[in-house]
Design a protein around this ligand. Structure first.
Ligand code: DGL
Length: 269
């Protein structure tokens, strides 16, 4: 790492945020990253907003103590519950969540001005995507559904399995029915990009899929420009709160490259 470079901190409830890290590394190949997966306390998606906000604040503090210059909240549920609080806690550091970039990409993509959002129970119940979309265009119609089973299917590795497509039909058929159906679907959960093929197969052909991992990476790259957070050596430091072996095994699939348990440092928050 160059002496004037500061790493970018990325946190998630577990391995899911590695889909966001993967996109970030593609967009910012020279940046150094510290990734923290709160594997001891996942899932966040079924917990109350207050609990997720408290956990998120602890994750951010652990990363800040390790010298980060920018924070990316890779977890959709944490972005939904904690982003405003984290921005208040760190007024001098850029704090980016996945919801605003995903909402902006969806509004730009939708010709019918009718958008469907899928995520965890916490993300959908809190209404963060719905609000972010309506801040950009109050006249867009938004429908949303929690698709909790997708999280387990992605972690199990059944992404190319007929079970994934069957579950996708079960969740999505009701959202994409009738003449006034949405023309855009936001994958509002870290795990869902892994299921993009099964999800696309269950959708009517013209529906556009917005992946909030990719849109967040583009937003972070635009925000940081050529600043100190982009001028490192392309390194990643891996932190988890439990289970280095499971983190490495399942995380490799989310990251798209092998991860070694020996490289994962277990930390207490
Ligand atoms: N990372 C979470 C999200 O994007 C999904 C997994 C969980 O529920 O913790 O909402």
């Amino acid at each position: 790492m160059r002496t004037d470079a500061a790493p970018i901190g990325v946190f998630d409830s577990g391995v899911g945020g590695l889909t966001v890290l993967r996109a970030l590394r593609g967009a910012l190949p020279s940046a150094d990253f510290i990734y923290l997966g709160d594997t001891a306390r996942l899932p966040y998606g079924t917990k109350s907003a207050a609990t997720v906000a408290r956990y998120s604040s602890q994750c951010a503090a652990a990363l800040r103590a390790r010298g980060i210059g920018c924070l990316v909240v890779a977890c959709n549920t944490a972005s939904a519950s904690a982003l405003n609080e984290l921005r208040r806690e760190y007024p001098h550091m850029p704090v980016v969540g996945v919801i605003e970039p995903g909402a902006a990409a969806a509004v730009a993509a939708s010709r019918a001005r009718h958008i469907a959002v899928i995520g965890t129970e916490g993300t959908i119940a809190g209404g963060a995507y719905q609000q972010a979309i309506h801040r950009l265009d109050a006249n867009v119609r938004v429908i949303a559904r929690a698709c909790s089973l997708f999280v387990a299917i992605a972690e199990e590795g059944w992404t190319e399995d007929p079970i994934a497509e069957a579950v996708a039909h079960r969740y999505l058929d009701g959202m994409f029915a009738g003449p006034q159906m949405p023309d855009t679907l936001v994958l509002g959960c870290t795990h869902f990009p892994l299921l993009a093929t099964a999800i696309a197969a269950a959708l009517p052909p013209a529906v556009r899929i917005v992946d909030s991992a990719a849109t967040t990476a583009a937003a972070v790259a635009a925000l940081l420009g050529a600043g100190p957070c982009t001028r490192g050596a392309g390194s990643v430091r891996w932190l988890a709160t439990d289970g280095a072996a499971r983190f490495a095994r399942i995380g490799s699939r989310f990251l798209g490259e092998p991860l070694s348990a020996a490289d994962v440092e277990i930390v207490d928050l």
